[in-house]
Design a protein around this ligand. Structure first.
Ligand code: G6P
Length: 371
């Protein structure tokens, strides 16, 4: 009923608009006022967590993209090597695991069979397993050594939205917790990131307040047959998630690429009028941002229609953007939390305009409980 959807046409749209509260809920009670992390539910003792020498993040679909974002953040903060792998690939390739390996299993439902089989295999090899899950008491958290619940509230739309944002938040919290425990970051550095995280709910709200621009864009791109997404660094998984949303909901051939990889192949796909979403990293001291801007120049010179997501006040992108979607200013590692939102809105709106069932896309299930 419409009431359950809070006046929205779809559960998915309702869930997109709930994200400020979901992110706040995922952060609630997990740090002190001074920015010290508290993850009381993590049941692996601190001694064991200090001994971890490798992290492998597993998941499927959107959850695996949250894992890819986690890799950038956790490695940077903790200096522990992090690998990310699709759960079904991990399970059947005889991975090397020891008691000092931490396997982080990300699953909104906690029931995805591929992910469940992966953690069973990991535990049988004596690895520690920590679940990041949105469903209390689901099978995956029950079979794990520890759990961080995402507290996003029930997610009904098949395509994950608030599940994804809160999975990333849980990964950031885990990374900061490990950094605190192992002393790889000073307390004030950790507190600064915590302050940045606490600003995210209001910043996601800002992005949502600009939804109409994205909806107008969906109307303009209604006839698109192919849509590409480009990103770098933490923006690369965002590009892949943007593409996945379009495949899932609009049944459009969409692909996300690492911008640096363009010249090694994908640039051959660029033809006049092809829509390309480009996630621009914040301006920083490194060259990430500038390299992304030159990649956009390259594709625009070949006729691509560029839809550029860049932080507000970034004047360097004005010349290369056919359409500019402004993002709030956040550090590069946290940018996925704001940059994903316009891509969710775009896919939801485009699919709606095309007349598709957004909450129940063809051929998909919310939770895939068979391998
Ligand atoms: C299904 C859903 C996807 C989801 C994936 C992982 O394929 O259609 O939207 O990302 O499962 O689900 P999980 O519950 O494990 O996060």
């Amino acid at each position: 009923a419409a009431a359950e959807k809070d006046g929205h046409d779809w559960f998915m749209r309702k869930e997109i608009f709930e994200q400020p509260e979901s992110v706040a809920a995922a952060l609630l009670g997990r740090h002190t006022e001074r920015g010290q992390l508290m993850l009381d539910e993590v049941r692996i003792d601190d001694e064991a967590l200090r001994d971890i020498d490798r992290i492998i993040v597993v998941g499927c679909g959107t959850a695996a993209y949250a894992g890819q974002v986690a890799k950038y953040a956790i490695e940077h903060w903790t200096r522990i090597p992090v690998e990310v792998e699709l759960a079904h690939e991990f399970r059947y390739r005889d991975p090397i695991l020891t008691r000092n390996t931490l396997v982080v299993a990300i699953s909104q439902s906690g029931e995805t069979a591929d992910t469940l089989m992966a953690i069973r295999h990991a535990r049988a090899q004596r690895a520690k397993v920590l679940a990041i899950c949105n469903t209390n008491g689901a099978t995956i958290p029950r079979e794990s050594d520890a759990v961080i619940y995402t507290h996003a509230g029930p997610e009904i739309g098949v395509a994950s939205t608030k599940g994804f944002l809160t999975q990333m938040v849980a990964c950031y919290l885990l990374g900061l917790y490990l950094a605190q425990l192992r002393g790889t970051k000073f307390g004030d550095e950790i507190a600064a990131v915590v302050r940045d995280l606490d600003r995210i709910p209001a910043q996601v709200q800002q992005v949502l307040d600009g939804a109409q621009q994205v909806y107008d864009l969906a109307q303009e791109l209604l006839d698109a047959k192919v849509v590409l997404f480009l990103g770098r660094h933490a923006g690369y998984p965002v590009a892949m998630e943007g593409a996945l949303k379009l495949k899932e909901l609009a049944y459009i051939h969409a692909e996300g690429f690492a911008a640096g990889e363009l010249k090694h192949g994908p640039i051959a796909l660029i033809e006049p009028g092809l829509p390309v979403f480009c996630v621009v990293p914040p301006r920083g001291r490194d060259q990430l941002h500038d390299k992304m801007v030159s990649a956009i120049q390259e594709i625009r010179a070949r006729g691509a229609r560029t839809i550029v997501l860049a932080e507000a006040g970034d004047t360097t992108v004005a010349d290369v953007a056919d359409e500019l979607i402004e993002l709030p200013q956040v550090p590069v590692l946290l940018q996925p939390l704001v940059a994903t939102v316009p891509l969710q809105l775009f896919a939801c709106e485009l699919a709606t305009l095309m007349g598709h069932d957004v909450d129940q896309p063809r051929n998909l299930a919310k939770s895939v409980t068979v391998e």
